[in-house]
Design a protein around this ligand. Structure first.
Ligand code: THU
Length: 157
């Protein structure tokens, strides 16, 4: 089931989402993106209110680049095991540019988000800037990745 809301002004988002977008923006400072110059920041909030951030980390061997979302998710799981992630925000900008660029999570990150959602048995909301002035708030990862592949597929004979 696709379940998302679109906001044409960031001010229309709820306060927690705005705060998380702000933390994701701050996290872009720690991006290491000498190749793409695309600085991405992600922030997740846990069920106890803790915020964990991540930024993309690139490598001269391009396939080894790691997206901001996965840095944030894996850091949250490692530092705060057992805590549920309730929401994730991701933003991006080009180096030396203040304005945000539209950036929706890649398929690999969506797949990883989905497994987080399954393992914690609770939805993760996602806030992304899909187009200029178009913030999308998805109710869960299933809305971003329908007909997914999960551990259940491996159990089915
Ligand atoms: N990137 C992310 O951090 N998140 C995404 O969802 C899409 C792409 C990063 C990876 C790479 O460092 C740069 O953006 C260009 O693809």
């Amino acid at each position: 089931m696709k379940d998302f809301e679109v906001f044409h002004n960031i001010e229309e988002l709820d306060n927690e989402s705005k705060y998380l977008v702000h933390k994701a923006k701050e996290a872009t400072i720690h991006a290491y993106a000498p190749y793409s110059k695309f600085h991405v920041g992600a922030a997740v909030i846990l069920d106890d209110g803790t915020v964990v951030t991540g930024a993309n980390q690139e490598n001269a061997s391009y396939p080894l680049c790691m997206c901001a979302e996965r840095v944030a998710l894996y850091t949250a799981a490692s530092l705060h095991p057992g805590k549920k992630i309730t929401k994730l925000a991701v933003v991006a900008h080009k180096r030396n540019h203040k304005e945000l660029m539209p950036a929706t999570s890649c398929g690999a990150c969506r797949q990883v988000m989905l497994e987080f959602e399954h393992r914690q048995h609770a939805p993760i909301q996602v806030i992304q800037l899909a187009k200029a002035n178009e913030w999308v708030k998805s109710a869960d990862i299933g809305s971003l990745l329908p007909f997914d592949f999960s551990g259940e597929n491996l159990l089915a004979v």
